[in-house]
Ligand binder design. Structure first.
Ligand code: ADP
Ligand code: MG
Length: 914
């Protein structure tokens, strides 16, 4: 129907006196209003890009760059994508970090022609496509939320900033707000994983924040007016059509600013369309377990170190059967709770489904065919929905009421299930019934395809369709008649968008129709290589009739569509609540299914400082081993405070885990962290029993040498991250340190590991697990009362080492490095020599070095503000560092002499200090 511009080439003088076509003038005006976007300019069946946009897009998409006319004397570069495949191209451009303004024709070209031959079809931008504001299934990952995050800052004083986050998934309607300080900024962003972040120009230019922001993907700086605190509350209220936002809860000023920026941006990108957002929900500070970015990637919660979902904790525990359930599960895993009673409510729901296998199976079977209600709803409300989205609403509502029946009995056992039941019964059954009545059985992908309204449901539509189909039969009859009268049996009547209906004959028959007497009836239209095409007066008339009837039928269908979409929009609140409830019961049943399948137990989460896991297993490694047949060895871990009668010592313990390489230290450390995460997200856990005093912050770090996958395995990173832990971990934190101090020389490493443990024990006073290969450190247990030595049991069998993966009390007395070396096939002579050297070293050095350190400890004189390092070692270290820094080959003799003097002076100072 939409043809390209008729007036595209007529010329008008530009400001500079050069001729500019009216169409180019229109293009330039629209482009000027959207300078930061690639402009998809609709021309007929294509979106065309011009000038720089064309060059950028043709490179990015690998499509041909052509020319169209001239502008100011120069060729205009152009490329285009067919409207039908636009989603696919949009997807690629968005993934590459581009933003796209979609400019549509707002009238039929025929309308434009009525205004005069030179007038241009009216066009305007109907939508900005940005990474954080997508709604199409083809542009989204079904199992992940896609958040737009607005970040606002409030200056509290010259030294203190507060930050507010508002994040929205316009494809599901979720809208949350939270506040944080400067230190928590990175962790919050890591938790939310937004597809796009918007900030004010000022914040984007801020020297302190900018480096952090610019390292992130898809950060959009915006003019200040979006982040204007003075108008924030008014804009937010206006978006939701309420007089004041007070009903949504109490928000701080900076939170209102972020929330208003987010909705204003949504309005701007959707050009006035309002996606169905829930009112903003405020997340109280500390309501979720704080997990920083390094810990998240280290524990491989959502994806592995190499970036894949497979192999992550999420993949290992995800038994959901709907995409919405999968998204909710991911949200819960990203943000475990800290309130024991909320956690207990979630666990109640899981327990209810564990107890009732029948209801569980029944529900999961029913859910499997339930549609993605939230995303269909959001598309319909913003006017981007299709017939299948209407069907999704119908099926979703029907599924919700069917589910209510199936799990009604479980409501008594769980508050969360009861709430879900209430939400599931909310949507109006009449709406579903009307959709059932109206929608055809087979539905096309797009509204424009037509044919989605059931026959017999609207009289006017049925009539128009009858007329259209009748005429089509007349065309078929006409073809038979023409074939007879011309004697050309292969004559066909065909249709295409350019010619409409036409008579098609092969070239060999063309002449017959071109000459008398048949040329009186058949009017030549087109000659192709193998075909000649004609029309007739009769065919022309028929065509007009068919087109009219078809147009009328489609117009009637679209009217009905809009009416149904409006009814859905009016019910959006109830539909959204039902969608959320479907996801929640999916998650509860899925976690129950996991618990039964893998023999997980309900954890006890309370306000104590306990951490007692018996028979714990690693949820991911266990499943990986399961496939190859090897059993996973369960292990206990107890970091609970030693029970002291007077109750003074209420602080948790630190376990120091030693043992050879490959014995299972890292696995043991991580499994305990993962059990805490699972328990607090409201899942059963892989253990025989678990009691956990709620954890408020979780830290996990791996020594640099182990941390190859991150591609920046420097000692510096390791130290920066360790510093963050020592500065931030409070008494409720759980800290996992795996071979800290590996990335440097032995003495350095040992000293740092040593001092770190002391600091954790004396200052942070948190529960911690510390794996190390420095056996010397086990001596610390003698002086630090809450430090417990644990080791991985290893068996020697016929001169070989066998790893039992069993954690027992005590210290590893030897590293087994030589045994492992032997296993690896080092030559026997080397092994023999190494054994000899080891025996000597052990006799001379090992015990004495550790004892010396212990005796020097100033630990119990006072709680050290900073960790003590024996002065002799510090000086020695400095000296070694100075020596290492020298490069004799690059020095002049004079420099070398000076360096020697300097070293001697440094050494003399060390001796005096002693
Ligand atoms: P370490 O950190 O001591 O070098 P890892 O924790 O990396 O050892 O474990 C090495 C391998 O041993 C793991 O990849 C795993 O396959 C296996 N493993 C670890 N713990 C266990 C266990 N409890 N039961 C069975 N196999 C285990
Ligand atoms: Mg390890």
């Amino acid at each position: 129907m939409l043809k390209s511009d008729s007036a595209g080439r007529s010329e008008a003088p530009s400001a500079s006196g050069q001729p500019v076509t009216p169409m180019m003038e229109q293009f330039i005006e629209i482009k000027a209003a959207n300078p930061d976007c690639l402009l998809f300019y609709r021309m007929g069946d294509f979106y065309e890009l011009f000038f720089d946009d064309a060059e950028v897009a043709s490179r990015a998409l690998g499509i041909v760059l052509t020319k169209r006319g001239k502008h100011l004397g120069r060729d205009i570069p152009m490329c285009g994508v067919p409207v039908e495949r636009a989603d696919e191209y949009l997807h690629r451009l968005i993934a590459l970090g581009h933003r796209v303004a979609v400019c549509e024709q707002l009238e039929d070209p025929a309308e434009a022609r009525k205004r005069g031959a030179k007038s241009v079809v009216r066009r305007d931008v109907v939508r900005l496509v940005t990474p954080g504001t997508l709604t199409e299934d083809s542009l989204l990952d079904a199992r992940r939320n896609n958040y737009l995050l607005a970040l606002a800052r409030a200056r509290m004083s010259s030294t203190e900033d507060r930050f507010a986050f508002a994040w929205i998934d316009i494809s599901t309607g979720e809208f949350r707000v939270a506040e944080s300080d400067r230190a928590g900024l990175a962790a919050e962003i890591a938790r939310i994983e937004p597809g796009e972040i918007i900030v004010s120009d000022a914040l984007y230019a801020d020297a302190e924040i900018a480096p952090q922001l610019r390292a992130l993907l898809a950060v959009t700086p915006l003019a200040r007016d979006l982040f204007d605190g003075a108008t924030a509350e008014r804009r937010l209220a206006a978006f939701f059509g309420v007089a004041t936002t007070a009903a949504f809860g109490a928000f701080s000023r900076v939170e209102l600013t972020a929330a208003a920026a987010a909705v204003t941006y949504v309005e701007r990108t959707q050009i006035g369309k309002h996606p169905p957002l829930s009112p903003p929900v405020r997340e109280a500070a500390g309501a979720t377990l704080a997990i920083d970015q390094a810990t998240r990637s280290n524990l491989e919660l959502m994806r592995t170190l190499s970036g894949e979902r497979r192999g992550s904790l999420l993949a290992a525990i995800d038994r959901t059967v709907t995409p919405a359930g999968s998204r909710t599960l991911a949200q819960r895993l990203a943000a475990p709770l800290t309130d024991p009673s909320e956690i207990a409510h979630r666990l109640d729901a899981v327990a209810a489904f564990v107890a009732d296998a029948h209801a569980r199976a029944d529900l999961r079977e029913r859910l499997k065919s339930a549609p993605d209600l939230a995303r269909a709803l959001s598309r319909l409300v913003v006017g981007r929905g299709g017939p299948r989205d209407l069907a999704a609403i119908r099926d979703g509502i029907l599924a919700a009421s069917a589910i209510v029946e199936r799990i009604a009995a479980l409501g008594a056992a769980s508050r969360d299930i009861q709430r879900a039941l209430k939400a599931l019964s909310q949507p109006d059954g009449a709406l579903a019934a009307e959709l059932s009545r109206s929608l055809a059985d087979e539905l096309p992908a797009f509204r424009r395809d037509g044919g989605f309204i059931r026959a017999g449901c609207e009289q006017a539509l049925d009539e128009a369709r009858a007329l259209r189909d009748e005429s089509r039969r007349v065309v078929a009859a006409l073809q038979v008649r023409y074939a007879e009268t011309t004697g050309i049996r292969s004559l066909k009547i065909r249709h295409n968008n350019v010619l409409g209906y036409f008579v098609d004959v092969t070239a060999q028959h063309g002449d017959k129709l071109l000459s008398a007497p048949l040329n009186a009836t058949f009017i030549h239209r087109q000659t192709l290589a193998g075909q000649v095409r004609f029309t007739t007066i009769e065919l022309g008339e028929l065509e007009a009739r068919i087109a009219n009837a078809a147009d009328r039928a489609l117009a009637l269908e679209l009217e009905t569509f809009d009416r149904l979409a409006a009814a859905v929009t009016a019910a959006s609140g109830a539909i959204m609540a039902a969608a959320e409830a479907l996801a929640a019961v999916d998650v509860a049943a899925a976690l129950a299914s996991l618990a039964v399948e893998r023999d997980y137990v309900r954890p006890e989460v309370d306000a104590s400082r306990a951490f007692a896991i018996s028979g714990g297993r690693h949820p991911v490694v266990e499943q990986a081993l399961g496939k190859d047949g090897g059993p996973f060895i369960a292990n206990d871990c107890d970091l609970s405070p030693p029970s002291v009668a007077d109750g003074k010592e209420a602080t948790g313990r630190i376990w120091l885990v030693t043992g050879p390489n490959m014995a299972g230290k890292s696995t043991f450390l991580r499994q305990n962290a993962l059990i805490a995460v699972l328990a607090q997200m409201g899942s059963f856990v892989p253990a025989r029993a678990a009691r956990i005093g709620v954890v408020d912050r979780l830290f996990s770090r791996v020594g640099a040498a182990d941390d190859l996958a991150r591609g920046r395995s420097t000692f510096m990173v390791e130290m920066v991250e360790t510093a963050a832990i020592l500065n931030q971990a409070g008494e409720r934190a759980l800290v996992i340190l795996d071979e800290i101090g590996r990335g440097t020389a032995t003495f350095d490493g040992l000293s740092i590991a040593w001092a770190t443990i002391e600091h954790l024990h004396e200052n942070n006073r948190c529960r911690a697990l510390f794996a190390t290969h420095f056996h010397e450190m086990t001596a610390l247990a003698a002086k630090l009362p809450r430090l417990h030595n644990a080791t991985m049991r290893v068996k020697e069998w016929q001169g070989e080492v066998v790893f039992l993966h069993e954690v027992v009390a005590g210290a590893a007395d030897r590293s087994y490095g030589i045994k492992v070396a032997k296993l690896a096939g080092l030559p026997p002579s080397v092994i023999e020599r190494a054994k000899h050297v080891l025996a000597q070293l052990e006799a001379e050095d090992r015990s004495s070095r550790a004892r010396r350190l212990i005796d020097d400890l100033p630990l119990f004189a006072a709680r050290p503000a900073s960790a003590p390092t024996p002065p002799r070692d510090a000086a020695l270290t400095a000296l070694i560092e100075a020596l290492t820094a020298l490069h004799p080959d690059e020095m002049s003799p004079r420099d070398a002499l000076e360096a020697l003097y300097a070293l001697k002076a440094q050494f003399a100072k060390t001796r005096n200090a002693d």
